[in-house]
Design a protein. Structure first.
Length: 204
């Protein structure tokens, strides 16, 4: 279980105060207008920011002493976070080994992940050669490879049309069931929360 316990974080002009928890296999949707602090909460969970008060726990253990790279999570950003100078396979390989020294088994896992998101045959493409939906599929395949129990989603569908949103939310639900994930979604679209069967937490 992921738990945010009496978290407080102060901005120059405002303050976030929030508590919630999410069990493995379940989702929470942070709902609020732009600037309400949804992404800030994700960044607190990820370790990019430190709260002024409270604790963030997973499985009863505080995450606050862990650096971002040590935390048991994957972060799917709105802008995909793919490296433009690397091809699709190399971008996925970073999720397994930052040095891209991959053995045959790891390379097979990359192929399987691309097949899982219907992107097989795109291994040598650069991100600039992919559509927005295809880039988000690759980012989702990287989440699959990382096999971390927490998945953070920062409005990952906002630039996509309705059919692609539906397609990708279905893939995320499949990923959640396959890996028993805790999902925290930042969104201002109620339909995204509904698609993930997420408990809504209002922010701001």
């Amino acid at each position: 279980m992921l738990k945010l316990d009496s978290i407080r974080y102060a901005f120059p002009q405002a303050q976030i105060e929030i508590s919630f928890q999410v069990e493995r296999g379940h989702s929470v949707a942070l709902m609020g207008s732009s600037g309400s602090g949804k992404t800030t909460i994700l960044n607190l969970i990820a370790g990019f920011l430190q709260p002024d008060q409270g604790d963030i726990l997973f499985g009863g253990r505080s995450l606050l002493t862990l650096k971002p790279a040590q935390r048991p999570l994957t972060y799917l950003f709105q802008a995909h976070n793919l490296f433009p100078h690397l091809n699709v396979a190399e971008n996925l390989g970073l999720g397994i080994n930052p040095g891209l020294k991959l053995d045959q088994d790891q390379q097979q896992k990359i192929s399987a992940a691309l097949q899982w998101v219907a992107m097989e045959g795109f291994e040598k493409r650069r991100p600039s050669e992919l559509s927005g939906g295809q880039q988000q599929r690759v980012a989702l395949a990287r989440c699959l490879l990382r096999q971390q129990p927490i998945l953070l989603l920062d409005e990952p569908f906002s630039a996509l049309d309705r059919s692609l949103r539906t397609e990708l939310t279905e893939l995320i639900v499949r990923l959640q069931h396959a890996q028993d994930l805790c999902i925290v979604l930042a969104t201002h679209q109620p339909e995204d929360a509904q698609a993930l069967n997420a408990k809504i937490v209002q922010v701001g």
